[in-house]
Write a new protein. Sequence first.
Lengths: 113, 113
Amino acid sequence: NAGVTQTPKFQVLKTGQSMTLQCAQDMNHEYMSWYRQDPGMGLRLIHYSVGAGITDQGEVPNGYNVSRSTTEDFPLRLLSAAPSQTSVYFCASSQDRGAYEQYFGPGTRLTVT
Amino acid sequence: GNSVTQMEGPVTLSEEAFLTINCTYTATGYPSLFWYVQYPGEGLQLLLKATKADDKGSNKGFEATYRKETTSFHLEKGSVQVSDSAVYFCALSDRGRDDKIIFGKGTRLHILP
């Protein structure tokens, strides 16, 4: 049972490039989410999904796209990278929203130059 | 809207000292409250939780009591160890609203040997 996995662990992009951050979980969780973590800002929700085929925006969705074609996978796409997207990105999954424990991946550290 | 406020860090203590990290919240419904911990280079992991007023969550020597009258969920430990050095996040999830989990900005804890 690998839990939540994320790839890559580190990435450097140039302004304007696009890329996809991968996230997968093997716990059959319905709820998955993406956060970004910036110094002094805590965690901010980017997008989330309550099940396959269903996604919704979080607090800071601009510049990011998601899709959820399977229960296991929840990729995050950066459409045209900007320096403001330099951050650490975490994927999380849980049995449901609300009072359930969220399981976090190890994170992807992204630098946009 | 819902919010979580926790004490700013960093907090620096000597080994075996008593720890308190303050957390207060604002919520319109009936939130569940959480403490998550992030060790260096890792994702967040659940430390403890409480789902109703007067509940006490506990784990690894840490405790927090859900105080509805003071809207607080302060984290305490009687004797900290060097291995407790990490960033601690207070969080809430409000079933009366949209069920999203909201994180505080985190408190960095340094324990000196």
